[in-house]
Design a protein around this ligand. Structure first.
Ligand SMILES: Nc1nc2c(ncn2[C@@H]2O[C@H](COP(=O)(O)OP(=O)(O)OP(=O)(O)O)[C@@H](O)[C@H]2O)c(=O)[nH]1
Ligand SMILES: [Mg+2]
Length: 292
C-alpha cells in the first residue's frame, strides 16, 4: 500500500472542544484545555503515525474578530492551517447557535474536503443530534458530518478512518516518532498558562503570557524557571495573591502536570513581571512566538 500523509486543520469558534479532540486523536495531552474561551493561542501540531499513514493535525485558536495584535496573530495561525490543509475539521458545539457567515463562506470555497464535527453530544438528546445534522447538511453541505464527544472519545475512531481515507498519497513529512513541532519548553509554559486560566477570572488570564527562561536537567531533578508576564501592577498582585498563596497554587498544580508530562521530578520557580500592553506590541509578540 502506498504511504499517505497530510495536514488536517481543526478549526471552529472558541471553546467548542478543538483541543480536547486533538488530544483524543493523538492520544496524548498536547494542547491545554480549560472552560474559558481563547485558551489556545498557537497552531499546535499533533502527529499521528501508523505504518502507512501520517496525519498531521493542527489545533488552532478559536475563531473570533480580532481586537488587538495578539488576537490578529492568533487568527493568522488559523488561516495558515487552512492554507496547508488536505482536510478540514470544522468543529461546532451542539448547543451553539451558528449565524456568522464569514467562516462558512471560506469553508465553501476551500478545495480540501470539509467535515463538520458536532461536538459535546454527551450533553444532548438523539433528537437534537438529528436536528443539528440536518441543519449543517443544509447550511454547508459538507463532505461529511460526524456527531462526536471529544471528551468521551465517542466517534473519534470512525473520524480517524475517514481522515485516513481522505489523505493524499505522500511520503511522511516528519520523522515517524515525532509527535509535534513544539518544544518541551513550549509545553511547560502552556501547562503553567492552563493553571492560570483555570485559577483566575476576568481579564487576568487574557493579560498573561508565560515564558520558560531556564530548563536544566540534573541527575535527580529538572530545574525549570518561568516568567509570568501581565500588563498591570494590579494584575501582578492578583496573580501573586495574599502572601503569595495564589502563585503557590499555580506552581503546585503546574509542577504536578509537568512531572507527569516529562516523567521526571521537577523544581519549578516562577517570577511575575509587568510589561504594559504586551498584547498590542508587535516586537514583544514576536519574541513570544507569535507571527506578525
Ligand atoms: N461535555 C463535553 N464537554 C467538552 C467536550 N469537549 C470539550 N469539552 C469541554 O469544553 C471546554 C473547552 O474545551 P477545549 O478543548 O479547550 O475547547 P477549544 O475549542 O480548544 O477552545 P479554545 O482553545 O479556547 O478555542 C472544556 O471545558 C472541555 O472540557 C465534549 O465532548 N463534551
Ligand atoms: Mg483550544
Amino acid at each position: 500500500m502506498a504511504h499517505k500523509a497530510g495536514f488536517v486543520s481543526i478549526i471552529g469558534k472558541p471553546n467548542v472542544g478543538k483541543s480536547t479532540l486533538m488530544n483524543a486523536l493523538v492520544g496524548e495531552k498536547m494542547s491545554i484545555i480549560t472552560p474559558k474561551a481563547q485558551t489556545t493561542r498557537h497552531r499546535i501540531l499533533g502527529i499521528v503515525n501508523d505504518e502507512d499513514h501520517q496525519i498531521i493535525f493542527s489545533d488552532t485558536p478559536g475563531i473570533i474578530k480580532a481586537k488587538y495584535s495578539l488576537q490578529e496573530s492568533m487568527m493568522n495561525f488559523v488561516q495558515g492551517s487552512l492554507i496547508d490543509a488536505d482536510a478540514v475539521l470544522f468543529m461546532t458545539d451542539i448547543h451553539e447557535k451558528y449565524d456568522e457567515n464569514d467562516v462558512l463562506e471560506q469553508l465553501r470555497k476551500t478545495s480540501a474536503p470539509v467535515a463538520v464535527l458536532i461536538n459535546k453530544i454527551d450533553k444532548s438528546s438523539e433528537e437534537e443530534v438529528k436536528e443539528k445534522i440536518q441543519f449543517w447538511q443544509e447550511k454547508l453541505n459538507p463532505d461529511s458530518i460526524f456527531a462526536v464527544s471529544a471528551l468521551l472519545g465517542h466517534n473519534v475512531m470512525p473520524l480517524l478512518d475517514y481522515i485516513k481515507e481522505k489523505l493524499p498519497v505522500h511520503p511522511p513529512y516528519y520523522e515517524k516518532d515525532e509527535l509535534t513541532d513544539k518544544s518541551l519548553r513550549f509545553f511547560v509554559s502552556e501547562i503553567i498558562r492552563e493553571k492560570i486560566f483555570k485559577l483566575y477570572d476576568k481579564e487576568v488570564p487574557y493579560s498573561t503570557e508565560v515564558v520558560v527562561t531556564s530548563y536544566k536537567e540534573e541527575p535527580r531533578i529538572t530545574r525549570i524557571a518561568a516568567e509570568i508576564y501581565v500588563e498591570r501592577d494590579s494584575q501582578k498582585n492578583i496573580i501573586i495573591g495574599k502572601g503569595g498563596a495564589m502563585l503557590k497554587k499555580v506552581g503546585t498544580y503546574a509542577r504536578q502536570d509537568i512531572e507527569e508530562f516529562i516523567g521526571r521530578k521537577v523544581f519549578l520557580e516562577m517570577f511575575v513581571k509587568v510589561i504594559p500592553d504586551w498584547r498590542t506590541k508587535k516586537n514583544l509578540l514576536k519574541r513570544f512566538g507569535y507571527e506578525n
